[in-house]
Design a protein around this ligand. Sequence first.
Ligand code: SF4
Length: 367
Amino acid sequence: MKYIDGFRDRETALFLRNRMTGAAERLAADGRTARVMEVCGSHTMAIARYGVRDLLPPAVDLISGPGCPVCVTDTGYIDAAIELARRGVVVATFGDLMRVPGSRETLARVRAEGAHVPVCYSPAAALEIAKREPENEVVFLAIGFETTVAPVISIVDAARRDGVRNISLLTAFKLVPPALRALLDDPAIRVDAFLCPAHVSAIIGADAYRPFVEDDRVPCVVAGFEPLDILLGIAEIVEQFAAGEARLVNQYSRVVKPEGNRKALNLMKRLLEPVDAAWRGIGVIPGSGLGLRAEVAEFDAAKRFGLVIDAGKTNPACKCGDVLKGVIRPRECPLFGGVCHPDNPIGPCMVSSEGSCAAAFKYSRCA
Ligand code: SF4
């Protein structure tokens, strides 16, 4: 704990709160608020868990963004995974996807009915299943942001090396910068600054946000996940915003480099190419996903099994799309805490350990 305590110190938290007070008072005097979007689902969870909102001045409006990889996975993708499972394919997945609603059911339901849907804690575990069960086709559900892309696609190289032919990936990778661009370009959404994600930034590098700062004049601060990381990041943003400045600040330099992780980026470039991607509740964002290149198409489960992935059907009362865009807060969804709760999630935001609705439900202080 001695390595963590320094990032959770109460006195330092109060110091950081006081540090942003002057800037926040200038904003309030001008009748302005700073709408700061925390992009990452892990930030959302940490903010709720440590009560960060309670420490912020009224002129700082902290909103959640589309940074939960499970939450943004489209309904049609879940339907396609369920179809594969029903066809007798082994569908290996991270646990968070099990209870995400498809159009009619969940992977957990089809598993309870007898389908082979093993939960894996790493992509390598799916490869091990394929080696152990050569008589079966194994599909790994390859979702996630830049953080998880490299470890997932590394199994393509490993499968080639080991001559494993019965594994493929159903890809729904998402890229953060195109999503931020879409939010900034949407006139119905107001975002004044980004608290940029930590793990994603470790891969793509802090410089990836430079266009938002230089072209859009939107302050961007990369922050770690501890409460003092987050408070320091918000203090930086509020001071910039009050001063009419927009700068890129890498508060998490102990992990994030300006250029990112070259090894991971090279692997991604060699095996993947940009594609348009469907985001649940948001729609298709051009160039916001990654698909397997033609040279490795044999590992593309959608091609191998002739899958057509459509939009699927979501509960019309579910407001996950608005939550993911920061348009509403979880409690403003009419289903929150009533019909929709962690034991009966109607949308993915109530399922995932990084979902805004799950965070709001678990930590009552989160608005
Ligand atoms: S409360 Fe449930 S239905 Fe409403 S937005 Fe959140 S996950 Fe979706």
